[in-house]
Write a protein that binds this ligand. Structure first.
Ligand code: SAM
Length: 214
């Protein structure tokens, strides 16, 4: 598996974790985990039949049918196993991710490893309401994009406003925070002063908070 993003996700998984990769697509992550003995067994699921067929083919090719079980499922709704404690939800938007996390409410989930494509502050805020607290964060630069990988657990952890807005500081990727700052600056420049005074004030506050990360 070439993807640095998926390898970084894998680095947050421990051998004893009982993992479901929700939205597995080609099952690259599940295969990587088993191949590298990072997990003994993995569940790979997807809502899309074509994606799941691709996953199944790749699993058969790699000969891991005994270690990787597949499910066609919206989140965890069709998954029969109850012995699950870690969810990987990657490559989707925040609203889909929050929907998927809701389907897990009757499972003893200890850890969420999430890579959302958008709206990260809302993701952190909403998950905190569901008592999932951000523990670690890693920024990955791949194919011209920054991907943010968040690890949430049930361990109660206080947040600063900056952490809700911009996440936990990843010292390896200072340029990611510079890119966030530049985005805020661009939005600010598009807003006319008279019409958007409150929006401008909000951006100004965010910029002050973000400056500490730069
Ligand atoms: C862009 S792909 C990401 C694949 C892989 N997780 C990754 O990060 O490379 C998103 C996958 O999530 C699946 N998906 C979207 N909504 C889902 C849901 N509610 N439950 C399960 N899978 C879902 C899609 O069918 C698709 O295969």
């Amino acid at each position: 598996m070439k993807s640095l993003r998926l390898k970084t996700i894998a680095s947050f998984i421990n051998l004893e974790d009982k993992v479901v990769d929700i939205g597995c697509d080609h099952a690259y992550l599940a295969i990587y985990l088993v191949e590298n003995e990072l997990c003994q067994k993995v569940i790979a699921s997807d809502i899309n039949q074509n994606a799941l067929d691709n996953a199944k083919q790749n699993i058969i090719k790699a000969n891991y049918q005994n270690q990787i079980k597949t499910y066609l499922s919206d989140g965890l709704t069709n998954i029969l196993e109850t012995d699950i404690d870690t969810l990987v939800i990657a490559g989707m938007g925040t609203s889909t991710i929050l929907h998927i996390v809701k389907t897990a409410k009757n499972y003893p989930i200890k850890k969420l490893i999430i890579q959302s494509n958008n709206d990260l502050s809302n993701l952190r805020k909403q998950l905190r309401k569901q008592k999932y607290y951000l523990q670690k964060e890693r920024v990955v630069y791949e194919h011209g994009h920054y991907y943010v990988i968040n690890v949430f657990t049930k361990k109660h952890t206080p947040y600063s406003i900056s952490e809700i807005l911009f996440g936990k500081y990843d010292s390896l990727h200072k340029e990611y925070y510079v890119s966030l700052y530049n985005e805020l600056e661009k939005i600010n420049q598009k807003l006319s002063f008279k019409k958007n005074i409150w929006a401008k004030l909000k951006i100004f506050t965010k910029k002050i908070l973000l400056k500490k990360y730069l």
